[in-house]
Design a protein around this ligand. Sequence first.
Ligand code: AMP
Length: 473
Amino acid sequence: MTTFADLGLSEDILRAIQDVGYTTPTPVQEQAIPIVLMMRDLLAVAQTGTGKTAGFVLPMLEILGAGRARARMPRSLILEPTRELAAQVAENFEIYGKYHKLSMARLTGGEMMDEQIRLLDRGVDVLIATPGRMLDLFERGKILLSDIKIFVIDEADRMLDMGFIPDIERIAKALPPMKQTLFFSATMPPEIRKLADKFLSNPKTVTVSPPSSTNVNVIQKFIEVPQNNDWLKRETLRHLLKSDAVKNAFIFCNRKRDVADLHKSLVKHGFNAGALHGDMEQSERTATLDKFRKGEISLLVCSDVAARGLDIDAVSHVFNFDVPFNAEDYVHRIGRTGRAGLSGTAYTLTTPDDAKQISAIEHLIKKTIDREKVEGLGEPMPDQGRRKPDHRDRRPNSDKRGGDKRGRDRNRDSNRQPRHQEPRQEAPRSETPLPETAQALRPVAAQPQNEKQAAAFDDDLPAFLRRPPASIK
Ligand code: AMP
C-alpha cells in the first residue's frame, strides 16, 4: 500500500499529516502529488470528497517551502468559485502547513478589502481568491501577478456554471507564461475540456470517481420542519436528541455563526455540547476534539470546514441542522457515522426552503430518503426565531462583495446566475413512521443533564406558550 512518505513529501509535511490522523493517501492524492512535485501541469477530474484539496495543497507546500514571498507579488494563485471553498482551501493550508512559515492571503467578496490589501503588501506565498475580487484588486494595481509559479483552477465546472470563465481568462493573461497549472473539475463536459486545453500545457491526467454513495450502515431520515424558523428547528433537534438513543453526535450547521448560536442554546438546555468553528484557536480546537473523543462532550456542533479531516470512529448520530449547500457535503457529513462496521443514524432537518438542495442530494446518492415529521411542537410566536435574510444567507453562487462601491464590480462575484441548472428530480414522499423503539429510547449521554434547568432556561419561549410532549410521525 502506498504511504504519504512514498509520494516524496518531506518530514514537516508528513508530520502535519500524521497530526491530522490520515494514514493513507486517497487515490487522487496518490496519483496527483507525484505529478505536481514533478512540476508538470495537471488535469484532475475529481470532486469534493475525494481528498483533492490535499492533492494540490501538500505538493504546493513542498514546492513553495523553498522560496520567499515579495511584497505584492504572490508566488501561487488558487481560484475558487465561492468564499466557502476558498475558506476550506485556506484551512487546508493552515492544517498541513503548520510546520512551514508560508504566508497566505484570501481575497474573497464580502470581506474588508483593506485588510486583504495589507496582507498583500507584506508579501504572500499563497493567494486564494474568488475570480471577481481577484480581478478587481489586480485592476486597481494592488497586486502583481508576474511572480506566480503555480496557478490552480479549482472546481472548473462550477466556475463555468457561475459565469466566471471570462474573469479567469483575463486573470490567466496577466500570469507569466512559465508556470505550472493545476486544473480540477468534477466533470469534464466539452466546454471544460476546451478550457483545459487552453490553460494547460502537456498535462498529465488523473481521474477518480466521486463519492456519491452513502454507507449502507447509516439510517438516513429527513425530518421536515414546517418553516425555516430557527426556534422550530432547535426545538425539533432537541426533541430528536432526547427521543433517539444518541450516544454522541456531530451536529452540522452551514455557517459558523450558527454553530456558535446553536452551541450556546444546547448548553443552555443542559446538553453536553461543544463547538468547532473556523475562528477557534488551534489549542481550543484540539482540546474540544480530545473531549469529544474521550466522551467528555457528547455533542459536537460544527461547520463543514471545521469538521474536515476529523477521523473519529463510533459516532452514533449525525444531525444536519441545516441542509448542506452542496450535495457532496451531505455525503461527507453523514459519513462521520456508521464507520468501522458500526451502524449509525443521520437526521437532516429540512424546511420548505431547502427543496432544491434536497433533490440535489437525492439525485447524487441515487436514493430517496424517508421523510418524517415531529408533531406537536409548540408553535413559535409570529416571527419568533424566524431567520432574517442577512449577509449570512448567501448561497455558494452568490459570493457577494463587501466594501466595494464600483458598479461594474458589483456584478462580478455577486448575483451570478448559473448558466444551466442541474437536472432536478422531484422526490417521491414517504411518510414511514419512526420505529416505536426510536420513540421509546432515551438518550444515553446526550440527554440534558438537568431537565429542570433546561425548562427554566428555555431560550426562546416562555413555558406557557409551549405545547405538551411531541411525537414523531
Ligand atoms: P476534499 O475532497 O479535499 O474536499 O476532502 C474531503 C475530505 O477528506 C476532507 O474532510 C478531508 O479532510 C478528508 N481527507 C483528505 N485526505 C484524506 C486522507 N488521506 N485520509 C482521510 N481523509 C482525508
